[in-house]
Design a protein around this ligand. Structure first.
Ligand code: FAQ
Length: 344
């Protein structure tokens, strides 16, 4: 693949429009060949503007989801029922912050500015996953988030480890390892609760009833209503369609629910021998649209909390920037001093 910076063609001075078109076609052909060979596009490679825009959109939404996703479970850190559960939850929520940071860094390799992305999140111009707009009234919700939400995240994100954009794919490798641990901790928490009292078992079932359908919605609208899928799949950013991944999640989760002893709240859920997969009911897509457009149960609270955290953290960013500038000055000063010393 020709390693040329984006818009190199525009920067070539004195080139006539036909020459520019030919150059553009050559770069596009190189890009297409890299995608066809299943090789990676790297930050300094030429890429079509639509590819770059789609990646910034998806990676930023993904990063925002990890950061906003700290809130529903984070609310339980102070109330976790034992020191062990508190330590586990602390570690998990901290991992999510780390995932957000890798992903913002991946977006930066495409020219995005982190402060601008945060501004787009708090002003509602960029989305984050619908799932984090649901409340967590009981401790069973911590377990069900691990089981369903991290489980859905794994189904969706393992294929993203083979995404065509190098920095995104590499970030996903580490993220998926951690999500896998998160899913197991959720399931283990629920197994423990199911071995407890009748009230605890009822608490788990209630949580399963509330989170099942929103978890299926995490995979996005049905394929026929997914405007971004065709281009994303042609560019190998997404490797599977929304419906394919939703089906995988259902097939993976049904036997786990049986083992746990809970009922998934879908009367249409059954094994289809012919397809070798489960049939299941249709999520309420109007609910997904409502939640995505800001009218979910906790949208205002989540964005309000994120905005407040951003504002309260301004002094940390300022102090870090001043410190970094001082360090840079010291390093540059030190290097200049060494050069002078060598010259003398
Ligand atoms: N929520 O054309 P498509 C996690 C939007 S991380 C909100 O199908 P696309 C870890 C979509 O953006 C969870 N918006 O779009 C964790 C688009 O809007 P736009 C996040 C949604 O991109 C666990 C429009 O609808 N994971 O859980 C949703 O091809 C526990 C049309 O949709 C990722 O971000 C939704 N559910 O496919 C953290 C994974 N669905 O931008 C804490 C990476 C759709 O055109 C605790 N992302 N939309 O205005 C993806 O795989 C894709 O972006 C999809 C959507 C599959 C989410």
């Amino acid at each position: 693949m020709t390693a040329r910076p984006a818009r190199a063609a525009d920067q070539d001075e004195g080139r006539d429009p036909q020459g520019r078109d030919a150059e553009e076609q050559r770069l596009q052909a190189g890009f297409d060949a890299t995608i066809d060979r299943d090789q990676r596009i790297e930050p300094r490679d030429w890429m079509p503007e639509g590819y770059r825009r789609t990646l910034v959109r998806q990676i930023a939404q993904h990063a925002h989801s990890e950061i906003i996703g700290m809130q529903p479970e984070g609310a339980w850190i102070t109330r976790a029922p034992s020191l062990r559960r508190k330590a586990i939850l602390f570690a998990k929520v901290q991992d999510e912050a780390g995932h957000g940071l890798y992903l913002y860094s991946a977006a930066e390799t495409l020219g995005a500015d982190r402060a601008d992305l945060t501004e787009r999140l708090v002003s509602g111009r960029q989305k984050y996953s619908s799932i984090f707009n649901y409340p967590t009234p009981t401790f069973a919700d911590v377990g069900v988030i691990g089981w369903f939400v991290d489980g859905a995240a794994i189904c969706n994100q393992v294929p993203l480890c083979r995404s065509s954009y190098g920095p995104y794919a590499r970030a996903m490798v580490r993220i998926c390892k951690e999500e896998s641990f998160h899913q197991r901790q959720g399931y283990e928490l629920l197994l423990t609760m199911m071995r407890g009292t009748r009230e605890q078992r009822a608490m788990v079932q209630d949580s399963v009833d509330r989170w099942w359908w929103p978890s299926l919605m995490m995979f996005g609208p049905p394929d026929g209503d997914s405007p971004n899928s065709a281009a994303s799949m042609a560019w190998k950013i997404k490797r599977h369609s929304n419906d394919e991944l939703r089906q995988r999640f259902v097939d993976m989760t049904v036997p786990q629910a049986e083992k746990l002893g809970v009922t998934l709240p879908d009367p249409d859920l059954r094994w289809n021998e012919e397809r070798g997969r489960h049939d299941f009911g249709t999520p309420d897509w109007s609910e997904l649209q409502r939640v995505i457009s800001g009218d979910g149960p906790c949208n205002t609270e989540r964005v309000g909390r994120r905005t407040a955290a951003h504002e309260e953290g301004a002094w940390v960013r300022e102090a870090a920037a001043v410190h970094a500038a001082k360090q840079a000055g010291r390093v540059a000063g030190g290097a200049a001093g060494k050069r002078e010393g060598a010259a003398a």
